[in-house]
Design a protein around this ligand. Sequence first.
Ligand SMILES: *Cc1c(COP(=O)(O)O)cnc(C)c1O
Length: 465
Amino acid sequence: MSIKYIPEPFRIKAVEPLRMLTREEREQKIKTANYNLFLLAGEDCYIDLLTDSGTNAMSQEQWAGVMKGDEAYAGASSYYKLVKAGQDIFDYDYIQPVHQGRAGEKVLFPLFLSKGQFAISNMFFDTTRAHVELAGARAIDCVIEEAKDPSKRVKFKGNMDVVKLEKIINEHGAANIGLVVMTVTNNSAGGQPVSIKNIRETAEICHKYQIPFHIDAARYAENAYFIQRDEPEFNNVPIKDIIREMFSHAQTFTMSAKKDAIVNMGGLIGIKDGQSDLVLKVKANCISFEGFFTYGGLAGRDLEALAIGLYEGIDENYLKYRIGQMEYLASRLDDAGIAYQSPVGGHGVFVDAKAMFPAIPYHQFPGQVLAIELYKEAGIRTCDIGSYMLGNNPDTKQQLQADFEFTRLAIPRRVYTQAHIDIMADALIAIKQRANTITTGYTITWEPPILRHFQAHLAPVKNKE
Ligand SMILES: *Cc1c(COP(=O)(O)O)cnc(C)c1O
């Protein structure tokens, strides 16, 4: 029995029509896109779950803010409003807008990382890993073992393995670890939350070895909601206080505001100590890469919408509805015996494609197979979070095997209704019913050297005669 859907705490004011292609048309479109869903036109997707990033619906207050955005090149009032919101929510001295999360990484990471060094994270998101590597360093994932078993229902499955963390630090030498990064929620492990207890323990280790502790904060509000719900110490603590506690243990953060800040474009860098030299270096890098530090690659209207969205994203009623959508979809999959990273995380359902297609090896990309099937089945666009996304070893160029082979149904914020969620569940159930007939996957026919999944071309592997 699926659980009750938590009704939207809003109603719809502006509508955007959807277009539904026929199955034949979809089969043609995906072939023309070289079986890469990033190369499909958005309007050819009936339900677009490629990402929850920048696909959010803004509120009437945010749209009103867009009109009021101050477009002054330097010192716009929208900039001050954003800085004030950031300081209030995170309790950090210095708040730097940037145009999106990876821009923050590009500005900040070279100040901590160089050739021969390492960065360790509970799990690196793909662009974050790329920026570690672009800075010349190597990225090491250090998530708890439980996260690697999708069927194992444990709380705070996104946590850092703190025992392993200390081991890795000792192996490479503390001086060679440029940064420890806590990703909240742990996107690559399925939007799984990290507990305050784990943040405290990780911070303690960083302190002991004098390694800077950084938060990759894209889904900090969803993470705080899980802490409130599942970490007894925080059951009665307001979301904002939980957020302040989370961030109090780190020195810096980067954030893609395209997620929990409910905007279509934007990002932030935060530095706890406003007096540090780091602030000057960040400003200098920002001016080179992003624009003057009071706009950081964003228009005044974007700064304004972001300042408002930061507060809307931490509203408890909104978060309850938001996580409720995931739980509703997950409970429908439970009823149908479809495996996913469980318990369900904060921003989507990560279906276990390895369990759906046990015959397909990692180098034929089961997660990508299910993503293509979902598009053919119901015009739903999703993406692979598995070996296809992980790519090749940067040194040996060999295909890496990911811990998971997921297909991610990332749910945009405030966009889809219960009826849409039911279409997602129905499509997965239909594919599961014919899953045993799908025994081969895809091979890459062309790929760029880095972040290949966005651009690569694929072709179906032919059955051996
Ligand atoms: C989205 C994301 C990023 C990168 O942010 P962009 O805004 O897409 O550049 C970094 N880390 C995590 C965990 C993310 O989810």
